[in-house]
Design a protein around this ligand. Structure first.
Ligand code: CTP
Ligand code: ZN
Length: 156
């Protein structure tokens, strides 16, 4: 197990999930996506704007005692496309998964255009095409409305 400068800020966890390589400044948004408020009682470590070889700067979130549900992975990919999800058991990383942003996003976010067909009660599932990964820009399949990171964050 390698050690990094970030260890100086938050110690290793015993069992749980470490979300590493989060785009700098987005750790609190990741917590919001995961519905972690701090009231749940488990230990959560948050590190923001630490140096990273890959990204220049990055954020890290460490959640003691919880393993991330797969349904959250795509949501995290939207705001932190370079994130790595590490599952830790008895101090060892037993699983490491890089999030990846699919070319099309289905059913996770709503279209910001109130007159878009996807906002009616039609059996139409919301589809967005990823036009640009960073900064994020999505285009609605039905009405072509473009959505940016801030529009998406306001839905979580
Ligand atoms: N980590 C932790 N507690 C542990 C094990 C790991 O908090 N018991 C954290 C590390 O601090 C690091 C992340 O989980 O932020 C991934 O750990 P590891 O795979 O050991 O680090 P690297 O090899 O540097 O990861 P990568 O190659 O993904 O950058
Ligand atoms: Zn639309």
């Amino acid at each position: 197990m390698k050690s990094s400068k970030a260890e100086l800020y938050v110690k290793k966890i015993r069992n749980g999930t470490v979300i590493d390589h989060i785009s700098a400044g987005y750790a609190l948004d990741v917590l919001k996506i995961l519905n972690i408020t701090g009231k749940e009682g488990n230990t959560v470590g948050v590190v923001m704007n630490v140096p990273s070889k890959q990204l220049g700067k990055k954020d890290i979130v460490k959640i003691e005692g919880g393993e991330l549900k797969p349904e959250y992975v795509d949501k995290i990919a939207l705001i932190a496309p370079k994130a790595t999800i590490n599952i830790v058991r008895e101090y060892d990383v037993v699983e490491k998964k890089k999030v990846s942003l699919p070319r099309t996003i289905k059913g996770i976010i709503k279209c910001g255009n109130p007159s878009c067909i996807s906002n009616y009660n039609e059996p139409v599932s919301v589809i967005f095409h990823v036009q640009q990964e960073e900064p994020l820009r999505l285009r609605c399949h039905y009405c072509n409305r473009t959505m940016e990171k801030k529009d998406i964050l306001s839905q979580f």
